[in-house]
Write a protein that binds this ligand. Structure first.
Ligand code: GDP
Length: 171
């Protein structure tokens, strides 16, 4: 008998313009997935079905819930995005991490700090080291990607699901 497909809710946080929609767009075109729009598409909702280690799961990405505690509590994982060419977006990411920590959402859910736009190397304003340090401080994972040239986006997608499954096994 077939197991029902598990659906996990991934909240994407970060300043405006850092590339959240661009990333979701890349996830949807990833080779290892089979993407489609869910029936309800209100709050920029997009579902992506992924087969990883032979098991299918569905990730439901939402954006724009950063000020809504009730919605944040419903998330199974957070992707905290900043742009490596925009120092202010990095500062914003640090503030959001502190807020999540104050709400005690970090201990119980995987968080991945994502530096986007690394294709724009000559304009870089935040070093890899600074990103890694902040991630480490908050017990988050860290990855550098480019939605623009589709660099590391598949790894981020698979890594998100892997972290959710690991955390679920621990709880
Ligand atoms: P959001 O507001 O966080 O959803 O950001 P968007 O996805 O709308 O992206 C904002 C702008 O940054 C758009 O013009 C994108 O084309 C651009 N952008 C997003 N990701 C990248 C990237 O990795 N590299 C480059 N060069 N531009 C990007």
């Amino acid at each position: 008998q077939q197991q029902p497909v598990e659906v996990f809710h991934v909240e994407m946080l970060g300043a405006s313009g850092v590339g959240k929609q661009a990333l979701i767009q890349q996830f949807r075109t990833s080779d290892c997935i089979n993407a489609y729009d869910g029936p309800e598409c209100d709050v920029a909702e997009q579902n992506i079905s992924i087969i990883l280690n032979g098991i299918e799961s569905e990730l439901k990405f939402t954006t724009g819930q950063q000020d809504n505690k009730d919605e944040l509590e419903k998330a199974d994982a957070f992707l905290l995005i900043y742009s490596c060419i925009d120092k202010e977006s990095f500062t914003r990411a640090k503030h959001i991490l502190s807020r999540l920590q104050d709400m005690d959402l970090i201990r119980t859910r995987p968080i991945i700090l994502v530096a986007n736009k690394i294709d724009l190397a000559r304009s870089r304003a935040v070093s890899s080291q600074d990103g890694k340090c902040v991630a480490c401080t908050f017990g988050a994972k860290f990855i550098e990607v480019s939605a623009g040239i589709n660099h590391n986006c598949d790894d981020l997608l698979a890594g998100t699901l892997t972290q959710i499954r690991l955390k679920k096994d621990q709880n």
